[in-house]
Structure formats: structure tokens, C-alpha cells
Ligand binder design. Structure first.
Ligand code: CUA
Length: 361
């Protein structure tokens, strides 16, 4: 009898491990193989951080693995707790039992010993293999074919994205905080850090991946649905850890290309806001922020095409003139503890700098 049970478990293990099950069908190099974009889906759809709503193969792998682990451990829980309950109820002290009288003692049983050695071994074996398999499919050390390659750099407390593109001058396009990607094309991320450990986590797209100083991690995703994907830094990195929000905009390839063109375009130079530009250059703004052709600071987000973004302060506040002005006036009010100081500009200077930034399309 126990051997019939072993065979059933072995068969189950074999089925899962040989991939007729969980990850067998995943093909990262075939964009659009799963749930291609739906024409009725509005572009502005917001996809919340929810591990149970995957829109990308790695997120789906993780969800399926979670269900498998949950199923196996749930089954174990029911079996073990069931046996405990059975023992407690069936072998409780009987009404007429004498004090100190012991039930019949049983020592050793080869079938039982073998069963509870082999079954857990098989379970651990299955969990290990499926987990290793998922990790190997997610932490790709080489770019999937046709992938968009992006270097992600974590900073206290914002995200830098460098699109590696040999066709643009300098070979890369640098943006901050809002990652734009085309749908149905693999995006291969190389994750680095400029200071402490951060963790890139957009649950609907992929699992958490740490950004570690002096070490590069890799992950990838393929957004299958158009929309705005939300996420959050998932490794405590200082007092604005919670203000290090992630936004990924996935759009049709043509819309993505149009966005990329705006990022490659030269800096807007509007003479009507020359006063604001001069203040930006003369004050400390330019030591931290890059505006191509104007300044080359490396410590803070690149502002060359600031107005192509929806938010400021790494997703903490919307990008509109009033909020932008308030942010420049006193960043500590919006994002306490952040590394941007208030430059104590007077109201005329504030207006001028804000007006200048608002032209950076
Ligand atoms: Cu960056 Cu937490």
C-alpha cells in the first residue's frame, strides 16, 4: 500500500519537474505569445502592484510557483494537522481509564519510517527543482533576443534608467523615474546602485531584484498589456525608502518610438525663459542635475526632457507648475529627508526657474 502512494508521488514529481507543468510553455523570445495587447484597453490603465495579476512572463512564473508551493504546503498542513486532530480525539483519556495507565505502545514500523523519509525528500526535491528553474529563467545573465536593454541605477531616493542604444549619440539615453517600454518586447534590466542597496519591484512585471553597490544583477520582463505599472523600492534604503516609487509606462511600439524620439531630441532652448536658465546654471541646481548642453551634474535626475514625465520626486508628486514651484522652493516639505536642499530662492527667482523647467519638453 505505501508503495502505491510512493509511485503516485513520484509520478507527480516527474510531471512537474519535466516541465509538462509549470514553466514548460514559457518562451521569453516570443513577444506576444501570451495575452497580447487588447485594442480595447485604454492607454491610461493603471496596473496596480499585485502579485496575483501578472502581465509578464516572470511575474507569471513567480505566481505559478507560489501556487505550487502554497498547494504542497497546504496539503502537508492538512495531512499533519489532520493526523494530530485524529490522535488527540481518538486517543484522548477515556472516561474509565485509570490514572497513569498508558495506551498500548508501538515501537518502530519499517513502512512508516520509509514513508516519512522518502515523501519529504521528494517534496523538497520538487520544490528545489521548480524554484531553481524559475530563478534561472528570470535572472538571465544575457539579453533575450531582440530585447530592449536598460541599465537601472538606484539612488537615494530615485531611479535612473539608461537605455543602451548604439544608434544614438553617446550610445545611451538617460531618463529618471519613469521607465517607458514597448509592449510585447522583452526588456532586459541590468541593476546597479550609486549608494546603498535598493530593490526594483514592479509586481505585475517581475519579482524583486536588488540593486547592489559594486555588483550587477539582471532581470527581465515583457509587458503584455498597455498601461502604467506601479511598483515600489522593496529594500529599506533610508528615510525616503517609501518615497522611491516605480512607474513603468508600457505602450504600443509606435508610441514608445515617439517617446524615445522626444528623449533623443536636443534640449529646448527658449529665450523667453533665459532668466530661469541663468539662475539654474549659477545656483547649485547645475551641480546635481544634468540638462544636456547646460549642466552635467550626476547626483540627481536628468532634467533634459523633464516635461515628458507625469511626476516629480520619484513618483511622490504630480508634475504640474504649482507643485514643481513648491518642490523647488522647499523639497523637504514634499519629501522630508531627501537630498535636494532648498536654495532659498526669492519668489521672482522661483517663478523664473519654474518657468524655465516647464519649457523642457
Ligand atoms: Cu530604495 Cu528602498
Amino acid at each position: 500500500m505505501p508503495f502505491k502512494f510512493f509511485s503516485a508521488v513520484c509520478l507527480l514529481a516527474f510531471t512537474i519537474v519535466t516541465g509538462t507543468g509549470v514553466y514548460g510553455a514559457t518562451d521569453i523570445c516570443a513577444p506576444g505569445s501570451v495575452g497580447a495587447s487588447d485594442a480595447a484597453t485604454p492607454m491610461t490603465q493603471t496596473i496596480l502592484p499585485n502579485i496575483f495579476d501578472p502581465h509578464s512572463p516572470p511575474a507569471r512564473m513567480i505566481q505559478e510557483l507560489s501556487w505550487l508551493v502554497l498547494g504542497i504546503s497546504g496539503g502537508l498542513f492538512i495531512v499533519v494537522e489532520g493526523m494530530i486532530l485524529y490522535g488527540v480525539i481518538m486517543y484522548r483519556r477515556k472516561k474509565n481509564q485509570k490514572n497513569g495507565a498508558e495506551p498500548r505502545q508501538v515501537y518502530g514500523s519499517n513502512p512508516v519510517e520509509i514513508a516519512w523519509t522518502i515523501i519529504p525528500l521528494l517534496i523538497v526535491f520538487v520544490l528545489t527543482l521548480t524554484t531553481v528553474r524559475a530563478i534561472r529563467s528570470i535572472e538571465l545573465t544575457e539579453a533575450p533576443e531582440g530585447a530592449l536593454q536598460v541599465v537601472v541605477i538606484g539612488h537615494q531616493w530615485w531611479w535612473e534608467y539608461r537605455y543602451l542604444d548604439p544608434n544614438v549619440p553617446g550610445g545611451q539615453v538617460i531618463v529618471a523615474n519613469e521607465l517607458h517600454v514597448p509592449i510585447n518586447r522583452p526588456v532586459w534590466l541590468r541593476l546597479e546602485s550609486a549608494d546603498v542597496i535598493h530593490s526594483w519591484w514592479v509586481p505585475a512585471l517581475a519579482g524583486k531584484m536588488d540593486l547592489i553597490p559594486n555588483h550587477t544583477n539582471q532581470t527581465w520582463f515583457t509587458a503584455e498589456t498597455e498601461g502604467l505599472y506601479l511598483g515600489q523600492c522593496a529594500e529599506y534604503c533610508g528615510n525616503q525608502h517609501a518615497g522611491m516609487l516605480l512607474r513603468v509606462v508600457a505602450s504600443k511600439p509606435a508610441d514608445f518610438d515617439a517617446w524615445m524620439q522626444t528623449q533623443i531630441a536636443p534640449t529646448v532652448n527658449d529665450p523667453s525663459v533665459a532668466m530661469g536658465r541663468d539662475i539654474f546654471q549659477e545656483y547649485a541646481c547645475s551641480t546635481c542635475h544634468t540638462i544636456k548642453g547646460i549642466s552635467d551634474g550626476q547626483f540627481a535626475p536628468d532634467l533634459t526632457h523633464l516635461m515628458s514625465r507625469q511626476t516629480i520626486a520619484s513618483g511622490v508628486a504630480p508634475l504640474d507648475p504649482a507643485t514643481l514651484r513648491a518642490w523647488i522652493n522647499n523639497p523637504q516639505e514634499l519629501k522630508p529627508g531627501c537630498n535636494m536642499p532648498s536654495l532659498q530662492l526669492d519668489s521672482q527667482e522661483l517663478d523664473a526657474v519654474t518657468a524655465y523647467l516647464l519649457t523642457l519638453r
